[in-house]
Design a protein around this ligand. Structure first.
Ligand code: NAP
Length: 431
């Protein structure tokens, strides 16, 4: 028998559990520990609420969670309720699947002004994550600037631009829907520090902007390179540029504009006590492919600035950490004897949800190679004893199913669920 603890119940965590199931069968016991009483990490709190088909992958994780060899251990915070050292003493392998839930800092003057928000917080807010339920973003104080040319920037711009009825069938948090309903944003400017051929936005997500009821995607045709130069791009990027070219040709108009501002690097954010405008440096790509400022600057008014420039994995005491890369120091997932990292905590915040599946299976193979069976460790028996001594009450998968049923029962008409946005509300269901 091998006893394995996985920290984090998002995609990387569940795919690792599935990998361990496949590799070890009945000869391993896997505990998936999460600080929240609810599972699924990024699937619940990161994937956009109007992308329900992506969230459907949680059903696959449910099958893993309900098997005899895997257990969900919710409401337990590694670092305060139990340390990594204590887990390593009790389990044969500890896998960090903690994702990258912290915003990469923008690092420009004025980035601390009220109204400047990182995407982790903003996305967490509209997705009902308990850490961000009180965010209160300014949605009626002028227009918005979204910084970044990735899919998170697209998610944020789309959520800001949608009309209320376009959230039908989504599980956007009621507090966010209420605030978005009041928004008077007319212009959402998406800043890309490089050009259309350097975006990280994917075609399907870009294409969605073409069909919004009250918002028009706006691209300045003069930002687009010659169509012939697209031939050298990979097919996905070529499809993305095709969307941008179609946006540039639109002749219709709508009340809200999503303006793609390419070659635009944020220099600073200004305002009296709150964000009022972003000062931007016009950039160009030099012959070596590097971004250079042209010397021109201009201001874009914005009461809300959402920085969508990537994420970092928060460090955990005692675990080697790569400050520069913002993730755990590891070699192909190995951090130290018995300690592993998977997913974004291992390789940084890139790739789709499915990318985590091979990651999870590979980590199970490493554990099989590194760790002998029958070490004498007792895994969950000893964890439960320790947590009971400390008065920590575990939330099980069956408990989560009760929370889930309560969320489904209180959903708006047509919505799959209305998430509880505080831990107290989640736990109150179990009383
Ligand atoms: P991302 O794809 O890495 O994009 C980050 C963007 O931020 C890049 O355009 C980058 O520009 C820009 N950036 C970085 N530092 C900057 C700075 N200091 N100033 C200005 N711009 C800066 O990251 P993401 O959007 O956070 O997405 C993370 C991952 O999740 C990606 O793999 C993404 O595809 C995935 N995701 C997928 C979906 C979906 O499939 N529906 C939805 C959301 C997220 P440079 O390229 O110039 O560095």
């Amino acid at each position: 028998m091998r006893h394995i603890a996985i920290i984090g119940s998002g995609p990387a965590g569940y795919y690792s559990a599935e990998g361990c199931q496949k590799t070890f069968g009945d000869a391993a016991r896997v505990d998936i520990i999460d600080r929240l009483p609810v599972p699924y990490g990024l699937i619940r709190s990161g994937v956009a609420p109007d992308h329900q088909s992506i969230k459907g992958v949680a059903r696959r994780y449910e099958t893993v969670a309900l098997s005899d060899t895997v257990r969900f251990v919710g409401n337990v915070t590694v670092g305060s309720d139990v340390s990594i050292g204590e887990l390593l003493d009790r389990y044969d392998a500890v896998i960090l699947a903690t994702g990258a839930p912290a915003d990469k800092p923008l690092g420009v003057p004025g980035d601390g002004l009220p109204g400047v928000i990182g995407s982790a917080a903003f996305v967490g807010w509209y997705n009902g994550h308990p850490d961000f339920a009180d965010l209160d973003p300014p949605l009626t104080r002028g227009d918005a600037v979204v910084i970044g040319a990735g899919n998170v920037a697209l998610d944020v711009a789309r959520i800001l631009a949608k009309a209320e009825d376009e959230f039908a069938g989504s599980d956007i948090a009621a507090h966010a829907l209420g605030r978005l309903r009041e928004t008077e944003l007319a212009t959402i400017t998406v800043l890309s520090r490089r050009g259309p051929q350097q975006i990280a936005m994917t075609p399907k997500e870009l294409g969605e902007l073409a069909h919004l009821s009250r918002a028009l995607p706006v691209v300045d045709p003069s930002d687009l390179p010659s169509p012939e130069s697209d031939a050298a791009l990979d097919p996905g990027l070529r499809k993305s540029i095709a969307h941008l070219r179609a946006f540039a040709e639109r002749k219709d108009d709508k009340p809200v504009h999503i303006v793609f501002d390419f070659f635009a690097r944020p220099l600073r954010i200004e305002g009296t006590g709150v964000a009022e405008r972003v000062i931007i440096a016009r950039t160009m790509i030099d012959d070596l492919g590097n971004v250079r400022d042209t010397g021109d600057t201009y201001a874009v008014p914005a009461g809300l600035v959402v920085s969508c420039i990537g994420y970092r994995t928060p460090p955990i005491a005692g675990v080697p950490y790569d400050e520069k890369l913002g993730r755990f120091a590891n070699v192909e997932g190995r951090i130290a004897p018995g300690l592993y990292a998977v997913g974004w905590a291992r390789r940084g915040p890139t790739g789709t949800i499915g990318t985590n599946r091979p990651d999870g299976f590979a980590i199970a193979e490493l554990i099989a190679a590194d760790i002998p069976a029958d070490s004498g460790k007792r895994g969950r028996i000893d964890l439960d004893e320790l947590l009971a001594q400390r008065g920590v009450e575990i939330v099980t998968f069956r408990d989560w199913q009760k929370i889930e049923a309560a969320e489904v029962a209180r959903a708006r008409q047509g919505a799959p669920r209305e998430k509880f946005a505080t831990i107290d509300e989640m736990l109150a269901v179990l009383l």
